[in-house]
Every structure is written in structure tokens, then in C-alpha cells.
Design a protein around this ligand. Structure first.
Ligand SMILES: Nc1ncnc2c1ncn2[C@@H]1O[C@H](COP(=O)(O)OP(=O)(O)OP(=O)(O)O)[C@@H](O)[C@H]1O
Length: 486
């Protein structure tokens, strides 16, 4: 559909673009990314024919753009430049209608039903019908932006060139406009080339990313191929981290700020409090946490940890809601607390702390094994809801990578299973050594201060202490549980 071949050029003698080549297939959406001043807008101007290159050619459907008449080109291609303050004196409807100009044989002399419906549809798609008769100067920046997007859509060409289309838009309208443009791409084979400043939006919505640096193409390909941490950091000269999007297979980046942190980040057993009702750890600052808790499970940053005791016959339909209310009633911040529950007497919680070269590691375990189960035999049973849970916390003065967090979970789980084997805890149904209970929870929390520990497996420093600590604490907790009646 679009072929950009070896384009070089700039303003006057100053070279801005250098040897740019790429191709875009029909029905694809391409995002142009790059730092301020790298030539993104200039490239769009060259593609649209507003600016002539010094070298190179632009082809649309196999034909060079200067072979098209102005009207023919406007039917093929629409450009929506960056919004600049101008003196408007037209209504929304009049502005959108200008998009139909290339379809007229004389200026507004042959307005047809087709034009009318294109204008109406574009106004609907951009959610501006309600401003139809308003003058543009009385609209907000975001509303004006939507009017110009509507004008571009009304033109109904097969190639849309956009320069930061979501500039000025709030997140709901960014999503609405990009969802709508994407729908046109997917369902009606619209081809879009758009400049973005927001790398995450470009990644989410585009099929391909053209990453520019100083007037050159640094990379061109699918978002997961182009948006690599090292590459983005080098091109933008800033610190970022790339993560997975929660729903789409598209990389998302987060800025890593260079903030001065004056607080000394140390946690100790002093922050632990054990009552009849719960085991509580209150860190003076948020810790990075990975857990399988009832409340606030998963990865996040939290300062408070609660392992609350419930009656052995606790049976509530909506456990999460009930737990939330419990935290509110007890003055714990629900957004800053990870919550677990157990039927074990919390006074029997076993606390161990270990001094390591990188910092202290605190292990807290409550164990009830009345419902112990051998995971390899669990498929034989369906009565999972008897009392008995092993809840484990590993609180680390140290800095773990995501990889180390996951490995720490594995190391702790293996240590727990080994403790049950050591204590000869049996699965009462299969009569084999148990590996855990059906409702065990595990939490790894870390101050994220100090040297980065990349790995958390059994032979790493942190893995060794997790293995030993969780084993010892679980053995003791099981022994203590067996001495009592809960
Ligand atoms: N009309 C102009 N005359 C002369 N130089 C210009 C003109 N427009 C842009 N430039 C220069 O060309 C270079 C590239 O500008 P361009 O607008 O293409 O960058 P961009 O990547 O779109 O930047 P931004 O992200 O800031 O919008 C810049 O150094 C800019 O100063």
C-alpha cells in the first residue's frame, strides 16, 4: 500500500531525514516512535507530499505520490497534523464536512447523501455529535482534537497519516479513538501510519513500530521485536523497564525514576506483633511482595501483612469481601495490606530470623496439618475443605529480581514439603507423605534495598536461607500444632 524508499531530506540545507525505507501493507497500523526532534513529523510531511524529499520516493499503491493529482491523492490519503492553536470560526459540522472536499466535483456544489452519512458517521465515531453546531473555539483542546479526527475519518481515504492523534485526550477518549481507528484497520482494511509519543499506546494498537533516532530508522518490526529495554533506553537515553500487558501480548514500559531515597530501608522482628487474633507485620515502608494471599495476592508493594485466625467452622461465601471489611474494621489500610487466614492459634506462630551478609531474613510460619495432602494423590479426593493450612512469610532485607521472587516461592515450597516429610505428616486418604495442605499461602516480601540478587534457587545465598529457614520454622510449627488441639 505504502512504500517509502530511501528518503533523505530536511528544511533548507539542514538534513533531517536520512535514508529512510520501509513498507506498509494494506490494513496495517504502524506507529512511528522516537525522541523529540528526531524527524517523525517531518517524515509524515514527506509521506503526505506536503514536503519534498531531497532524495528518495514515496509510492502509494505502486504509484509515486507526485504522479497523483491533489484531489486523487486526497482520496487516497488523509493527514491529520499536530493540533496547533488557530483562529477558528466554523462549527463542528462545517469543520468535519471539509473532510468531504476531495469527493466534491465543485466546492460543496454536489453534496450527496453519501457525504452526509460520512460526516454523521465520523461525528458518531468520535463522540462529537452533541457539539455539532458549536463553534470550535468554544471547545476544549481534547474536543477540538476529536473534531479534526472526525474530519480525517470523513475523508474516507484508505491511508490515514496521524501526528499524535491522542494528544490532549483523556484516557477514556484515547481508548475510544484508538479502539475505533483499530476497528477501521481490522474490519475495513484502513492503513494507518501514526506518530506517537506514548510508547505503550503505540505498542498496544500498532502492528509494527518504526523506531527513529536522529533522522534514521533504528528499528522496524512488531512491537515485541522493537520495544526491547536496552534499545528503548539507548534511543531515548533514559531508564525504563518493560513488562507484560495484563491482557494483550504487547510489551509495556514504565519509566524508572532517579529519585533520591534518604530513608534507611531495614525491617526487623520488631515490626512483628502476634496477638490472639492475628500475626501482624508492619513495615515502616512498602515492601515488594509476591504472594498467594486471600487479600491483595500477586505482585505489588505493601507495608502491612496480616495472618488472621478464623474459627474452624469459618464458611463464608464471599471471602474477599468479608476479608476487606475485616481489615477496615481493624483499621488496616485495605490498599496497603496483604491478608491471609488460618484456623491455627496465631500464638503458635513460629518466628525465625537469620543474619545474612546481604541483610536479615525473617521467616514466620503458622501450620495446621489436619488436612494435609499429598499433591500427587490429590486427584483422588474432593473433600478439600477441612481445617488446616500452612501460611508462610519470608521477609527479606535485600533486593530481588522478578526471577528471584519466583524462584524464592519455589525454594520455600520445596522446604515446606521437606518439613512435612521430615515430620512424617501423612495424607489421611492416600496414606502417603503429605506435601502441603489444599489452602496453604506463601508470601515473599523484600525491602528492595542493597545489591540486586538475580536468582533465588536453593544454592543462592538467599535461596539457602529460605530453604533452611522455612524448613526449620515449618518443622517447629508442625510439632507445636501436634502438641495442641488446633
Ligand atoms: N519548518 C521547519 N523549519 C526548519 N526546521 C524545522 C522545521 N520543522 C521542524 N524542524 C526541525 O526538524 C527537526 C525534526 O523535527 P520534527 O518536527 O520532524 O521532529 P519530531 O520527531 O516530530 O519531534 P517532536 O517529537 O518534538 O514532535 C527538529 O530539529 C526541528 O527543529
Amino acid at each position: 500500500m505504502l512504500k517509502v524508499h530511501n528518503i533523505s531530506g530536511g528544511y533548507g540545507a539542514a538534513p533531517i531525514l536520512s535514508e529512510i525505507s520501509f513498507q506498509v501493507e494494506k490494513g496495517k497500523m504502524i506507529g512511528i516512535l522516537g525522541p523529540n526532534g528526531c524527524g517523525k513529523s517531518t517524515l509524515l510531511k514527506v509521506i503526505s507530499g506536503i514536503m519534498s524529499p531531497t532524495f528518495g520516493n514515496v509510492f502509494i499503491d505502486g504509484k509515486e505520490i507526485d504522479q497523483y493529482s491533489t484531489r486523487e491523492l486526497a482520496k487516497k490519503m488523509t493527514i491529520l497534523p499536530q493540533l496547533h492553536a488557530t483562529a477558528f470560526s466554523s462549527t463542528v459540522r462545517e469543520t468535519v464536512s471539509i473532510g468531504r472536499y476531495p469527493h466534491q466535483s465543485g466546492f460543496f456544489s454536489s453534496w450527496r447523501a453519501e457525504d452526509e452519512s460520512a460526516v454523521k458517521k465520523a461525528m458518531q465515531q468520535t463522540d462529537i455529535e452533541k457539539y455539532e453546531n458549536h463553534y470550535l473555539e468554544f471547545l476544549s483542546g481534547g474536543e477540538q482534537q476529536r473534531v479534526f479526527i472526525a474530519q480525517a475519518l470523513a475523508q474516507a481515504s484508505s491511508l490515514l497519516l496521524l501526528d499524535e492523534p491522542t494528544n490532549h485526550l483523556d484516557i477514556a477518549h484515547q481508548k475510544q479513538i484508538l479502539d475505533m481507528i483499530r476497528k477501521e484497520v481490522t474490519e475495513n482494511d484502513l492503513t494507518v501510519v501514526s506518530v506517537f509519543h506514548d510508547i505503550n499506546l503505540a505498542s498496544l494498537y500498532c502492528d509494527e513500530i518504526l523506531l527513529m533516532e536522529k533522522g534514521k530508522v533504528r528499528a522496524y518490526g512488531a512491537p515485541h521485536e522493537v520495544l526491547l529495554e536496552e534499545k528503548v533506553m539507548a534511543v531515548y537515553d533514559t531508564r525504563i523497564s518493560i513488562q507484560a500487558h495484563p491482557e494483550q501480548p504487547k510489551p509495556q514500559m514504565t519509566i524508572l525514576p532517579d529519585l533520591q531515597d534518604t530513608l534507611e530501608k531495614v525491617i526487623t522482628v520488631e515490626h512483628l506483633n502476634i496477638t490472639n487474633e492475628y500475626v501482624e507485620f508492619k513495615s515502616p515502608f512498602p515492601l515488594k511482595v509476591l504472594s498467594s494471599a486471600v487479600h491483595n495476592a500477586g505482585m505489588g508493594w505493601f507495608a502491612n501483612f496480616v495472618n488472621r485466625t478464623v474459627a474452624p467452622n469459618y464458611d463464608i461465601d464471599n471471602v474477599k469481601e468479608e476479608y476487606y471489611q475485616y481489615l477496615v474494621d481493624k483499621d488496616f489500610s485495605p490498599t496497603n495490606t496483604v491478608g491471609m487466614m488460618t484456623a491455627v492459634d496465631t500464638k503458635k506462630a513460629v518466628v525465625k530470623n537469620y543474619s545474612m551478609p546481604f541483610g536479615e531474613v525473617i521467616v514466620v510460619v503458622t501450620a495446621g496439618v489436619g488436612n494435609a495432602i499429598d499433591v500427587s494423590q490429590s486427584y483422588k479426593r474432593n473433600d478439600f475443605f477441612r481445617v488446616g493450612t500452612i501460611n508462610t512469610w519470608v521477609l527479606i532485607n535485600g533486593k530481588l529480581s522478578d526471577e528471584a521472587f519466583v524462584q524464592a516461592m519455589m525454594t520455600a515450597t520445596e522446604a515446606k514439603s521437606k518439613a512435612l516429610q521430615h515430620e512424617e505428616v501423612y495424607d489421611s486418604v492416600s496414606n502417603t507423605i503429605a506435601t502441603g495442605t489444599p489452602t496453604d499461602s506463601l508470601l515473599i516480601a523484600s525491602t528492595q534495598a542493597g545489591e540486586l540478587m538475580q536468582y533465588g534457587g536453593p544454592i543462592t545465598e538467599v535461596g539457602q536461607v529460605i530453604g533452611k529457614g522455612v524448613f526449620e520454622a515449618t518443622v517447629e510449627a508442625v510439632q507445636s500444632y501436634r502438641k495442641g488441639d488446633r
